[in-house]
Design a protein around this ligand. Structure first.
Ligand code: GLU
Length: 474
């Protein structure tokens, strides 16, 4: 059975690239009737943040990526948090010490720094040659030490990656990296191998930064007599041709995009296509369709550039297909923040806005007309708005139209009344509509025309506004 995992470190933040790795691992497992596992890699205690595991769990939940095994839900291969597996790693490190595939290293920070200063690019295996009795003595004396992997000095190793093909690395380019730190905690380099094996991971899907160190991990699989997983390394998401999308740009986090008013389904849909090609030219795909279509051979070898404009477009499709009620519920917190205490027909405003915003935070701009002029407070009305080159309208024409606009507003069929008004004055309907809408709102851009605005404000308020403009123009 296919088993994949997502193995984030709890940094308090889920990068959109991490979310995509999780998504691909999930899609691959589900496509193949397998299981998707969440494993928390928290062995670097200095990086850990309070509540950071929660951030990951909540993000996956919002994204609709459901894990079959992991923290909280448990499973047969737990615990799923690495800091709770310390003894397991120590036991396997012991085996590697016995077989000579690892060794204890007592070198001090000073010695290592000195090595580097003298041009060494990697550890010189000094402690590999220490006698067993000396090692035991120094441990007994309580000297701090680490356990290092003993990597052959010569030769090379080739393995197959499903995206990158055959990858060959010379052992001379690899360092005897630390497996167990002096605090007894494993490093990623060790824990990933132990856990992927013990958790029955069949396909290891992760970032390309591990592509060249995978031969080190393969040596560990071999030393322990374990079968290696299938490797699938993924290219990063880029901000532009040379920079990765990074946290420092302020918007590389899943939460950042949710806060901007993107819908989780749209983000998932967009990032799925950022690095994977479904080969059917479709761009809007829900989770079930993604599972159905997902395949490793659609994964791209080159990195992809994040395009927020495109994600906005995709988001607008998801917003359009929300039920009016759902859209209204999502828009409400924005209204509350923008228009607290004002008498606005929010339900109708939602009707007007749903097809006109790409992301929820567009509401602020699309509904800015509400702040342009309210017919009541002392907000200066911008009369230059009556000047429209295309329609050849101006303030004088507006002045002449105001009584007609007021009468039309009072009638039962505003549209017909505005038609007659245009005819009676030898004007085009567009000219009258322009003047009418500007007089009602004092804004150049509104969602919908004058009639919609009357519906939104109510007739009384609409008339108050028109009267005010009429007085100002007189
Ligand atoms: N904890 C590693 C990371 O966050 C996971 C890499 C992997 O998936 O093996 O980069």
């Amino acid at each position: 059975m296919v088993r994949t995992r997502f193995a984030p470190s709890p940094t308090g933040y889920l990068h959109i690239g991490g979310l995509r790795t999780a998504l691909y691992a999930y899609l691959f497992a589900k496509k193949n009737g397998g299981k998707f596992i969440l494993r928390i890699e928290d062995t670097d205690q200095t990086r850990e943040k309070e509540g950071a595991v929660d951030v990951i769990i909540k993000a996956l939940d919002k994204a609709g990526i459901r894990y079959d095994e992991g923290p909280i839900v448990g499973g047969d291969y737990g615990p799923y948090v690495q800091s709770e597996r310390k003894q397991i790693y120590l036991d396997y490190a012991q085996k590697l010490l016995e077989s000579g595939d690892a060794y204890c290293c007592f070198c001090t920070k000073e010695r290592l720094a000195d090595l580097h200063e003298h041009g060494a690019t990697k550890y010189d295996k000094k402690c590999l040659h220490m006698s067993k009795s000396e090692v035991q003595e120094r441990i007994a004396r309580g000297e701090p030490y680490v356990i290092r992997q003993n990597i052959p000095e010569h030769g090379s190793s080739t393995y197959h990656d499903e995206v990158f093909g055959d990858v060959t690395v010379d052992f001379s380019d690899l360092e005897d990296n630390i497996l167990i730190k002096s605090d007894g905690m494993p490093t990623y380099n060790f824990a990933n191998v132990i856990d992927d094996h013990l958790m029955g991971i069949t396909h290891c899907i992760r970032g390309v930064e591990y592509l060249m160190s995978t031969p080190k991990y393969n040596l560990l699989y071999d030393a322990l007599g374990w079968e290696r997983p299938v490797y699938i390394h993924l290219q990063p998401i880029m901000r532009d041709a040379t920079h990765k999308l990074s946290k420092r740009d302020g918007d590389a986090g899943f939460e950042d995009f949710l806060n901007k008013g993107f819908l989780p389904q749209a983000i998932v849909n967009y990032i799925a296509l950022l690095g994977w090609n479904p080969k059917n030219n479709r761009e809007k795909l829900d989770m079930d369709e993604l599972i159905e279509l997902f395949s490793i051979d659609g994964l791209q070898k080159s990195s992809s550039i994040f395009d927020e404009v495109k994600m906005r477009w995709l988001n607008s499709l998801y917003i359009k297909e929300l039920s009016p009620m759902d859209f209204h519920d999502m828009a409400m917190p924005y209204y509350e923040k923008l228009y607290a205490g004002r008498d606005i027909d929010y339900a109708y405003l939602s009707e007007l806005l749903q097809s006109r915003v790409e992301i929820l935070s567009d509401i602020k701009e699309r509904a800015a007309f509400l702040d342009a002029f309210d017919g009541n407070a002392e907000k200066p009305f911008d009369f230059t708005l009556f000047v429209n080159k295309k329609w050849k309208t101006d303030e004088a024409m507006a002045k002449q139209m105001m009584d007609g606009c007021i009468a039309a507003t009072k009638s039962d069929d505003i549209s017909a009344a505005l038609n007659s008004l245009a005819e009676a004055n030898g004007l085009k309907k567009g000219q009258v509509l322009w003047i009418y809408r500007i007089a009602l709102t004092g804004a150049a851009a509104t969602p919908g025309g004058g009639e919609e605005m009357v519906k939104l404000f109510g007739k009384d308020e609409a008339l108050r506004r028109l009267e005010k403009v009429k007085r100002a123009l007189a």
